[in-house]
Design a protein around this ligand. Sequence first.
Ligand code: GDP
Length: 357
Amino acid sequence: MSEPDADTLDPTSLRTPIVAVLGHVDHGKTSLLDKIRGSAVIEGEAGAITQHIGATAVPLDVISTIAGDLVDPDDFDLPGLLFIDTPGHHSFTTLRSRGGALADIAILVVDVNDGFQPQTLEALDILKRSQTPFIVAANKIDTVPGWNANEDSPINATYDAQSDRVTGRLDESLYEIIGNLSDEGFSADLYWRVQNFQRNVGVVPVSAMTGEGVPDLLAVMMGLSQRYMKAEMEIDVAGPGVGTVLEVKEEKGFGTTIDTVLYDGTVRADDEIVIGGQNDPIVTEVRALLQPRPLAEIRTESRFEKVEEVSAAAGIKVAAPDLEDAMAGAPVRVVRDRDLEEVVREVEAELADIAVD
Ligand code: GDP
């Protein structure tokens, strides 16, 4: 994340894929993220999970600990997964306005009892238009009447521990979801039957409450990223940073700030940056780069700590003058040794794309 000396970095490296969690309200997006974070804490790996602004980074070794036999870290060279946090209405619309480019990959959460709902369809529409690869988390399997919970178990083991009546009921709900996906033009199946995740959508039965199926979910996300996205994850880490504004926020002591997801390069505390604004692109200089302070260190001072630089993929709060007109969903680009006019034109072009959406 924050490297003291960027010049010693390998210029090319693989970044963390950015994961968005979408779905209808109350279908369990927040609970699922909490479960993943919580499982890592229970496994004694809490130190390895890093809380970013607007995102949570889960490194490969933590994923491997949670997923057990399903993830052998030697099979992967991507560093982990960066989950965009609390996908409330705000980041949902931001993702839409950005045409989905913010996330490399997505989890669509669908409540097995409730099935497809308006925001499920809305999310599918965004994923379709942005061609974002995704899997479906068929959540709340523990609420199937008669369910016998096996905390944090992979799905096949807990399936085997259920009565035929219970698995029959669950299968019915799962096939209804698969049918709904088909109605929307997606060929889908239970994830263990999917051979080609580029062609078919994998459905993973999970419970954000009991953690059942969470090992499978992480294994599938990791596998999908590694198999189909590795080339896109190769970035020039030390190059000028590129990101998307998640939220524009007033912050005591810092004025207007932008919570940003950085998906390429590095942003430094003295960089000149160009941001998409309500009218014209905003050209300004970073005043401070802010990360959440670890909980243990919060006393009376600021919730944030200043860092000198941040590299993709990461969530970061940027404090700078003249951010009042910045827009959620807008691009952010570091100028550094590039031609300012060229960077401004790039931001204008990206803004025009958003307007078309
Ligand atoms: P969001 O609006 O999609 O973020 O949904 P939440 O994560 O806030 O969950 C909505 C409600 O469903 C909360 O009361 C959760 O406790 C509950 N919930 C979420 N996932 C599960 C699950 O897997 N099983 C059960 N039984 N309840 C769940």
